[in-house]
Design a protein around this ligand. Structure first.
Ligand code: NAD
Length: 367
């Protein structure tokens, strides 16, 4: 087994705390089984940090996160903090941690477990067994480009401006993340752009081609974003890894999420640049929010959070065996017919958050 990994836990607010509690049970079990060795620290983010320190994320918590090998986060937000000033909102903590850790690559897998294929609005045979990974550039592009704003012209008309910019290093580093992932998966990468209209994305395509020279084993293709969105709902299983810019990735990853039909099942990862030893800052979190409507009632599905732990094991620590074992325990739990309310189906057994944790632990022990 490898040396102790320093892992920061940020449960956050609402169901974030409940789903994190299940992950802690799983970490403890895996440690007992000798599969992993973690040095855990727990910190506050979002509303929980506002209540304790008056701000959604403290410098000390950021420093702790930067000192760790990986961060596992729950979710932030809730009606309790609706009236705090904009720059102190729980969600600002989330934006700050991503910025301070330099997390430029957002990885969103869309996986449809066989047993849940009927939860999708698409036909079972289109989505059953789907397993794709969308890699979105997170810190550049039109969401950050200058100039931006709304101005009033001399004739009184108003003009809104946003600017799409990418530099060679920005494109190459996200392309490398995507090619590395493709090498760990099906060795197929689709780069999505709009190179028939936008010069910035012509550069994107050229730079992705440059990086491709170092990955001769990966089959690279390019799609325009309009075609990519059609293909995602027509035949999503044609894809393995998709890489794209910030705005296209924002839209396509939500579209891909809906192919799976359930927010409670979707993990994600955000990665920073690799240092000379190949170590990257990394934050893993479920895609869902703090779900105030069901918080504190033992109703939340913890599987997105548990699958985020599996991503951490695989992508930060190269513990592929432990990640496989955890993902297989989730699959076996679904095959046993165990369901939380959000994924409940006829003939299945309904459990709460902790009951789902129990079932995954039982299957882990069986493996
Ligand atoms: P949400 O994801 O919290 O909830 C949307 C719906 O899905 C709700 O009906 C909720 O009950 C359900 N749901 C979500 N996760 C579930 C789970 N694991 N199991 C079962 N059901 C689940 O989104 P929202 O309601 O738009 O936002 C609520 C709060 O969360 C807001 O304050 C928002 O800003 C915040 N938020 C945070 C994050 C984050 O921390 N990354 C992401 C999205 C929203």
């Amino acid at each position: 087994m490898t040396a102790k990994k320093k892992v920061m836990l940020l449960p956050g607010d609402g169901i974030g705390q409940e789903v994190m509690a299940q992950v802690v049970r799983i970490i403890e079990w895996m440690e007992g089984a000798g599969l992993i060795s973690f040095d855990l620290t727990t910190g506050l983010i979002g509303g929980a940090s506002i209540d304790a320190y008056g701000e959604p994320l403290t410098d000390a918590t950021v420093a702790n996160c930067l000192d760790c090998d990986a961060v596992l986060m729950g979710a932030v937000g809730g009606p309790k903090w609706d009236d705090v000033p904009f720059d102190k909102k729980p969600e600002r903590g989330l934006l700050r941690i991503r910025k301070d850790m330099g997390l430029f690559a957002n990885l969103r897998p869309a996986i449809v477990f066989e047993e849940l294929a009927d939860a999708s609005t698409l036909k079972r045979d289109v989505v059953a067994g789907l397993d794709i990974m969308i890699v979105r550039e997170l810190t550049g592009g039109i969401y950050f480009g200058q100039p931006r704003g709304i101005e009033t012209l001399p004739n009184g008309d108003r003009k809104g401006v946003n600017t799409l910019t990418y530099t060679t290093p920005e494109i190459q580093r996200i392309a490398k993340v995507a090619f590395d992932l493709a090498m760990k998966r099906g060795k197929k990468l689709t780069s999505v752009d709009k190179a028939n209209v936008l010069e910035c994305t012509i550069l994107w395509r050229e730079e992705v081609e440059t990086v491709a020279k170092s990955y001769p084993d990966v089959a690279l293709s390019h799609l325009y974003v309009d075609n990519a969105s059609m293909q995602l709902v027509r035949n999503p299983k044609q894809f393995d890894v998709i890489v794209t810019n910030n705005m296209f990735g924002d839209i396509l990853s939500d579209c891909a999420a809906m192919l799976t039909g359930s927010l409670g099942m979707l993990p994600s990862a955000s990665l920073g640049a690799a240092d000379e030893n190949g170590k990257r800052n990394a934050l893993y979190e479920p895609v869902h929010g703090s779900a105030p409507d069901i918080a504190g009632q033992n109703l939340a599905n913890p599987l997105a959070m548990i699958l985020s732990l599996a991503m951490m094991l695989r992508y930060s620590f190269d513990l592929d065996d432990a990640a496989d074992r955890l993902e297989n325990a989730v699959k076996a739990t679904l095959a046993d017919g165990v369901r939380t309310g959000d994924i409940m189906q006829d003939g299945c057994t309904k459990v709460g958050t902790s009951g789902m944790g129990d079932a995954v632990l039982r299957n882990l022990a069986k493996a």
